[in-house]
Design a protein around this ligand. Structure first.
Ligand SMILES: *[C@@H]1O[C@H](CO)[C@@H](O)[C@H](O)[C@H]1NC(C)=O
Ligand SMILES: *[C@@H]1O[C@H](CO)[C@@H](O)[C@H](O)[C@H]1NC(C)=O
Ligand SMILES: *[C@@H]1O[C@H](CO)[C@@H](O)[C@H](O)[C@H]1NC(C)=O
Ligand SMILES: *[C@@H]1O[C@H](CO)[C@@H](O)[C@H](O)[C@H]1NC(C)=O
Length: 445
């Protein structure tokens, strides 16, 4: 084990020299260092994700359904084993990337999670659904059952339900551990994906997955979309100086978080950055956080364990203090949220009055929405073209228009982007066009 460690360290030392990013324009080629085979710490493989798809696994054993989720993906959705080589349609269009989604909610959120899954579904992506411990085990089982009986989900074999839930107290630090756990399971599924997106059940997409995957296919795969700021005003100080202990990290029953009577100084060993709880993170960055040999992600994990609402600061701070990743950050998370003056940390609920602002923002997602708010039906109808209880249609759906469009399917690599891709393109071109994104990249004030 000693020898292995030191050889990994030697390879690790070479990374900063071979790792160069030329993301100065949207046309630069993706850096492939992290996507290519690289040394992986062997010791991590001793951990077995038992909790993972255990529910689905158990259900599939007793099921007579002909679409068993363990039978492998449907050949109609994935013709050819190498979708990347299979690129004869259009030379100018790069092959579509894929996204790993962690969708999480609490007691009573099963319906919202399922609706969000339908609205953000694409066969190329991967979905891990998480109901925290406030929900009953029966809810988790029902969710897994709903996933399993859906012919599209079982054909693509890409939706998983987390059997053993994590406590996540939004005002504490446990959401960081929950998010990292979800990402590590998605990495461990050993499937190809390029970006990681963690969505709360109260979020909703504003573009179709075809729109989003189409636009992302033109971007370097190491880009991270993360709101961040090093400006620490009184509001931020009120958040960063207190020392908290999150009960979710050591009690089996969640109780209120407690605050230490003393406050602490801001760190001087690294720069703190605050941001938003939502971000779009590259696979290489998630690998750095979860299985990297650089200790920065773990040191910051321990620091932020005692900081309130630390999910909004953890990823921005790791990114902006890492020389490998600092040049990959875009200071915009492509997410729409509206805040009251009174509740600066908690976005206010969106309704149909906000519809035009949401569209004009060019964002890919928005939050927060009340369950089944009428504005969600408006988004389904006007932006996603989605019928109730159906997945959002894409280029892979070949059926008659209406409820059953996606019950007949073809090649998942064919994208049919619509008006949403133009909104997203405008927003991203605006961000990247005149190099202004460099001047807002991890600036320390
Ligand atoms: C993220 O940053 C952008 C601009 O940098 C801002 O317009 C947007 O409101 C921020 N979003 C959130 C959720 O804070
Ligand atoms: C939407 O919410 C805003 C403020 O939260 C409120 O003023 C407005 O009346 C609401 N609109 C609808 C259609 O409910
Ligand atoms: C879709 O299904 C609903 C009920 O499930 C039905 O009322 C509606 O007519 C269907 N629409 C189409 C276009 O088939
Ligand atoms: C270039 O940057 C300026 C200043 O941030 C901005 O106002 C302008 O819209 C940008 N130009 C383009 C073409 O996006």
């Amino acid at each position: 084990m000693q020898n292995q460690d030191s050889s990994q360290q030697q390879q690790q030392k070479q990374w900063p020299y071979s790792f160069s990013i030329s993301s100065s324009s949207s046309s630069s080629t993706p850096t492939t260092l992290f996507n290519n085979p690289k040394p992986k710490p062997i010791i991590l493989y001793t951990f077995i994700p038992i909790s993972l798809i255990s529910i689905i696994f158990i259900l599939s054993l007793s099921s007579s359904n002909s679409h068993s989720p363990l039978s492998g993906p449907d050949p109609f959705l994935f013709p050819g084993h190498h979708p990347i080589i299979h690129d004869h349609t259009n030379k100018a269009t790069p092959s579509p990337p894929s996204i790993a989604y962690l969708i999480s909610g609490s007691n009573g959120d099963s319906g919202r999670i399922l609706r969000l899954l339908f609205a953000s579904y694409h066969p190329l992506n991967h979905y891990l659904l998480h109901l925290d411990p406030s929900a009953a085990m029966l809810d988790r089982e029902n969710l897994a059952l709903m996933v399993q009986v859906n012919p599209v989900f079982s054909a693509a074999n890409n939706v998983y339900v987390m059997g053993k839930p994590d406590f996540a107290y939004p005002k504490g630090s446990s959401p960081v551990s929950m998010t990292l756990h979800g990402a590590s399971i998605l990495l461990r599924l050993n499937v190809k994906w390029d970006w990681f997106v963690s969505l709360n059940a109260d979020a909703y997409p504003l573009v179709t997955q075809d729109d989003l995957l189409h636009i992302l296919s033109f971007l370097p795969k190491d880009m991270n979309f993360v709101n961040h700021s090093s400006y620490i005003g009184w509001k931020e100080l009120r958040k960063l100086k207190p020392i908290i202990v999150d009960p979710g990290l050591y009690l089996s029953e969640g109780t209120e978080m407690f605050y230490a009577t003393q406050k602490r100084e801001l760190p001087s060993a690294y720069h703190l950055f605050t941001g938003s709880t939502f971000s779009i993170l590259s696979r290489s960055f998630m690998e750095f956080c979860i299985s990297g040999t650089d200790n920065l992600p773990r040191i910051l994990l321990m620091y932020f364990a005692n900081t309130p609402s630390s999910l909004s600061s953890y990823f921005p701070t790791v990114l902006c203090n890492s020389r490998q990743f600092i040049r990959t950050v875009i200071n915009q998370n492509l997410f729409y949220a509206a805040f009251d003056n009174h509740h600066i940390n908690d976005p206010r609920p969106l309704n149909s009055t906000d519809f035009d602002d949401m569209i004009h923002s060019g964002a890919a997602f928005a939050r927060k929405f009340e369950p089944d708010d009428p504005v969600l039906d408006l988004i389904d109808e006007k932006l996603l073209g989605r019928s109730p209880q159906s997945v959002v249609p894409g280029g892979w759906c070949l059926g008659e228009p209406g409820n059953s469009t996606c019950l007949t399917w073809g090649d998942a690599n064919i994208l049919r982007p619509g008006t949403g891709s133009r909104r997203l393109e405008k927003a991203i071109v605006g961000l990247l066009s005149n190099g202004t994104f460099r001047s807002s990249q991890c600036i320390f004030e």
